[in-house]
Design a protein around this ligand. Structure first.
Ligand SMILES: Nc1ncnc2c1ncn2[C@@H]1O[C@H](COP(=O)(O)OP(=O)(O)OP(=O)(O)O)[C@@H](O)[C@H]1O
Length: 743
């Protein structure tokens, strides 16, 4: 239907014009206020933060209105009860100046009716109308009549999946599109599920797990605004390419308090670009590594076998093993992290040295009691503590350590590995050994684990940043509270409260209400210990147990949406034959309750392609139902046996596919070796399975499927399910993988 010519379309265009005029007005008002705030003279800090907060508010408002410009309004509901006015649905809610609601936000409870009404259960809805717009112009209308009587009267058909089919058939642009206009009922239920708890969204390729997870982020930020806008939402995806692919969706959904990260970006300041074999990564990802890291830390709390001499003011004092052991036990018993407890250790050791020194120089030549008192010993302790050589000697026994230092030392030393990783088999320990220099992806969760044991490093705190301010503040408070107490000799149990203890108690709360002129996402990105209000994990089957531990730390309330498909696991564990067969296995040992929601309909993969893919799925043998394709593409997958000419045939076929899909996207998926040889082919993205994960293209050429299958049937399954329309296979010989028989 050409929208411009029917009276209905004309009426909708007029309505749209009115909506855009209102949005323009709101944008102008925000811009005016932003200008005013910027020009306002401020006298003090309070006025400055007030002005910054207003500036942030208006900037965000303008950004939001810009983001929803395209497809502002996409639906309309008409009700059976004629007294009920039609409802227009859009990306945001918009009110007229007088307060009348012009547009209902898709995430609101009222908006939900748009997605749930069906012909079988119309819930008072007579007609659902989809409005397709380009810019501010209406392009077409698509009506679904849900009320049987009305349909009979008007001669219209009941229901219609026209809007959904149009969305699914549209060419893929390389970034993900939102699905607000066509969310299906089973998806809506997941999107709007309660915030609490761990919900696994399980489903085959193309069932909309990613789409649903992203819309859930937008919904939760809308529904639980107060909490989540302060704490933010973390979204974890498998790779940078994938994050780029989905990054466009969220601003489109009008949300910005979201941090998108790969698991290897979880620790600020660490760039994980060191290559590593899958076998090494698989060992590093195993849950036993938590114990290895803990042991590595304990190994750095050293008791010398023999007394070690210490020179102070020309006198020989001793670092005595039994006293060092007592100091180490006392420090460990504080329950503090290694770096925090270090002060206790140092104090105890210094106290012992001061006592030895006092014993020597305070000795009564007449054989009476030592002539020196507590105050003298305290003074000696201060002097000994300021002796850099002695401090260095004590530091050797309990050094201040960063996570990087700990792991770099560990992995560079066969002896350290042997001690800390005694639980590993010899050949696995051998895999950990390496020269210093850079970090791999699997190292990141280990660094995070290590940082938890080690705690903050004073050196880093001194280097500045917001946490330094907070610590300095707490330190002041505590200094006042603790008076002049310094070293305690008599009472072995007494402990000075450390500023950092208290910070743990109040810090999280304090720093998260601290409204600065940076977004929640920016602050969270810079802070390893940021606690998010909700975490969404996509392609969750790829995460190692160590990565799960790192993620669970980031949301103490355990509010998670976990989207994944075990049949697609292609991470290091899968590649060495250790892919988990069930979610129970994934979460083993993590003390976690979860529930599973299944998506069963594949919106991406057409029937013709699914016919091949399900045979691979059957051979993989995970416990998952076969997905059902929602549509046919009309294109049977093709096979080209190319002998030695694989590269040339691929190049020619890319060119052919390019011509067929026109504006659409073409990808070649191959093993890493083949992909390297094919890189640079014009007209297609050449990807490994890892890179193609979660992405989709109009046309996909899978190269040498048997070689992919040899790296794991799951890899082949991922490759075969990336196409929305056309699938081609180029192989050196007639392929034999399960499913090849129907090509
Ligand atoms: N309700 C819907 N309306 C329109 N398009 C939809 C709908 N649900 C899913 N899609 C589309 O189907 C395609 C597949 O969705 P998505 O990438 O979220 O699937 P997935 O389950 O995450 O797949 P994979 O397991 O391969 O990562 C996307 O193009 C998405 O936009």
């Amino acid at each position: 239907m050409s929208a411009a010519i029917t009276p209905a379309a004309q009426a909708e265009q007029t309505r749209l014009d009115g909506l855009y005029a209102r949005v323009d007005r709101l944008r102008d008002e925000a811009a005016e206020r932003l200008g005013e705030a910027g020009r306002r003279h401020v006298e003090n800090d309070q006025e400055r933060s007030q002005r910054d907060a207003e500036t942030l508010l208006y900037r965000r408002r303008i950004a939001l209105l810009d983001a929803v410009e395209e497809g502002l309004c996409f639906g309309r509901l008409d009700y059976i009860d004629p007294a009920e006015a039609p409802m227009y649905l859009g990306r945001i809610g918009v009110h007229a100046e007088g307060g009348e609601q012009l547009l209902v936000d898709w995430r609101s409870e009222a908006g939900r009716r748009f997605y749930l009404a069906t012909a079988a259960s119309p819930a008072g809805v007579r007609r659902r109308r989809h409005l397709h717009t380009k810019g501010r112009r209406l392009r077409s209308l698509n009506d679904e009549v849900l009320d049987l009587d009305a349909a009979a009267d008007s001669g219209s058909s009941i229901g219609s999946e026209g809007a959904l089919m149009a969305a699914l058939d549209a060419a893929r642009t390389g970034t993900m599109q939102d699905i607000v206009a066509t969310i299906q009922a089973e998806q809506d239920r997941i999107i709007r599920a309660p915030l609490e708890g761990v919900m696994i969204v399980d489903g085959a390729p193309g069932t909309g797990k990613t789409a649903v997870a992203l819309h859930r982020a937008a919904y939760l930020l809308y529904e639980h605004r107060e909490r989540l806008k302060r704490q933010g939402v973390l979204i974890i995806g498998p790779g940078k390419q994938f994050l780029r692919y989905i990054s466009e969706v969220l601003p489109g959904l009008a949300e910005t308090d979201v941090l998108l990260r790969t698991p290897s970006q979880l620790v600020p300041g660490i760039v994980a670009d060191r290559p590593e074999t899958e076998a090494v990564a698989a060992v590093k990802g195993r849950s036993v590594m938590a114990g290895v890291v803990a042991s590595a830390v304990a190994d750095r709390q050293v008791v010398p076998r023999e007394p070690l001499p210490v020179d102070f003011e020309g006198h020989e004092l001793w670092l005595r093993p039994e006293k060092i052991t007592a100091a180490r036990d006392a420090a460990r018993e504080t329950g503090l992290t290694h770096n925090e407890a270090r002060e206790t250790f140092h104090k105890r050791v210094i106290a012992d040295l001061a006592t030895q020194y006092a014993d020597v120089i305070g000795e009564d030549p007449l054989g009476g009691e030592n002539l020196l008192g507590l105050a003298d010993r305290a003074q000696f302790a201060v002097e000994i503590a300021s002796d850099p050589v002695i401090r260095g000697q004590i530091e050797e026994l309990w050094p201040e350590l960063t996570a990087e230092e700990l792991l770099e030392d560990l992995f560079a030393s066969r002896d350290r590995i042997a001690s800390a990783a005694a639980v590993l088999r010899k050949e696995d320990r051998a895999l950990l050994l390496r020269a210093p220099g850079g970090w791999s992806e699997a190292d990141v969760a280990l660094l995070d684990e290590a940082a938890e044991h080690l705690g903050e490093v004073e050196r880093a705190v001194r280097a500045g940043g917001p946490s330094a301010e907070q610590i300095a503040y707490a330190q002041d408070v505590l200094t006042i509270a603790a008076g002049s107490a310094s070293f305690d000799f008599e009472d072995e149990e007494s402990e000075l409260l450390q500023a950092t203890d208290v910070i743990d108690e109040f810090w999280l709360g304090e720093r998260q209400v601290d409204e600065r002129f940076v977004s929640v996402a920016e602050r969270a990105a810079a802070d390893r210990r940021w606690i998010f209000g909700h975490v969404i994990v996509d392609e969750a089957q790829e995460l190692s147990p160590m990565e799960w531990r790192a993620l669970l730390r980031r949301c103490v309330t355990r509010s998670f949406t976990v989207a994944g498909d075990l049949a697609q696991a292609a991470g290091p564990a899968a590649l060495v034959g250790q892919a988990p067969a069930s979610w129970a296995e994934v979460f083993k040992g993590l003390d976690l309750d979860w529930r599973v929601e299944r998506l069963t309909v594949s919106y991406r993969t057409p029937k013709e392609i699914m016919n091949v893919a399900v045979r691979v799925l059957d051979a993989i043998g995970v416990d998952a139902p076969r997905p059902r394709s929602v549509r046919e593409s009309g294109h049977e997958p093709w096979l080209w046996v190319a002998g030695d000419d694989v590269d040339r045939v691929v190049e020619e076929q890319v060119a052919a596919e390019r011509r067929i899909v026109g504006e659409g996207s073409v990808a070649v998926v191959a093993t890493a070796e083949r992909a390297a040889g094919l890189a640079g082919i014009a007209g297609a993205a050449v990807l490994t399975v890892k890179q193609a994960k979660g992405l989709e293209f109009d046309s996909v050429i899978v190269v040498d499927p048997d070689a992919l299958a040899a790296t794991g049937l799951r890899n082949l399954y991922v490759a075969l399910t990336r196409a929305t329309k056309r699938l081609g296979v180029v192989a050196p010989d007639k392929p034999v993988f399960p499913g090849a028989e129907v090509l």
